[in-house]
Design a protein around this ligand. Structure first.
Ligand code: ZN
Length: 255
């Protein structure tokens, strides 16, 4: 980016304290993609940086680019939407934090995808009001993967392209999709998946609400869909997600 002053709509992906009163923010902006910014006195200046350090909020930021540093200098951040009902619900807020971490891990500076910003913003808004949080999260994961060119193949066998006819098949993270029963003996590291789960994931990824209603996903299918896609995300990211670890431990303590 050229030296100068800019303005952008942004969602905070991560925030760190720096020095005595500064803050470092990792932002995903609609106009410029991912940015790292330093907010001088960001932890003290209530006027210029209202709620700036809160992740999972939509803001308008003003910043200066000097053309030399990898950091932009944040001049102000104004909160536009706090997705307020997320903050009062621990489960939803944790899931929102997971969405934000996914975007942070799967993007780098220089990758400018305005539709990715729109997807994150729309999904946070949907998560705040939905009755089926699991479906919103799966839809977000799959649509994020699709936008990044990483969408797993769910309609036929990735090895032989054959149709999947039995009640179940297998999923291979390294092969990026479903493997039929006859090909499965030649592939290692597979996990079993019901075809009902694969159809649910396909419907979720293309966001066909009518189809989803007809599929009427059972808790078994929702659980399997979650494990399958997360195994693929872990494989693609090559690391695990601290927000997800928190969600898993929170859920297991509620059992
Ligand atoms: Zn096959």
């Amino acid at each position: 980016m050229k030296r100068g002053h800019y303005k952008a709509d942004a969602i905070v992906l991560n925030a760190f304290d720096y020095a005595e009163s500064d803050a470092i923010l990792v932002l995903y902006t609609r106009e410029f993609g991912k940015l790292k910014g330093i907010a001088k006195h960001g932890r003290k200046s209530k006027r210029r940086f209202v709620g700036a350090l809160d992740p999972v909020t939509l803001k308008t930021v003003d910043f200066f680019v000097n053309g030399r540093s990898e950091f932009v200098r944040l001049e102000s951040a104004v909160v536009r939407d706090t997705f307020s009902s997320l903050k009062s619900d621990m489960e939803r807020y944790s899931l929102a934090s997971y969405m934000v971490e996914l975007v942070d891990v799967f993007t780098r500076e220089g990758l400018h995808l305005p539709e990715l910003f729109d997807l994150l913003k729309g999904s946070l808004a949907a998560l705040a009001i939905t009755k089926s949080t699991e479906t919103v999260i799966r839809a977000f994961e799959l649509r994020l993967l699709r936008k990044l060119g990483l969408m797993p193949h769910l309609s036929s066998c990735v090895a032989c392209s054959g149709r999947l006819l039995d009640g179940s098949a297998f999923f291979s993270p390294p092969m990026g999709g479903l493997v039929c029963n006859s090909c499965s003996s030649a592939v290692r590291g597979l996990s079993k998946i019901r075809l009902g789960t694969a159809r649910y994931l396909e419907a979720v990824s293309s966001f066909e609400p009518d189809k989803l209603k007809r599929l009427g996903a059972s808790p078994d299918i929702l659980g399997e869909a979650d494990r399958t896609i997360y195994s693929f995300i872990l494989y693609q990211a090559g690391r695990d997600f601290k927000t997800r670890r928190f969600i898993d431990s929170m859920r297991s303590s509620l059992l």
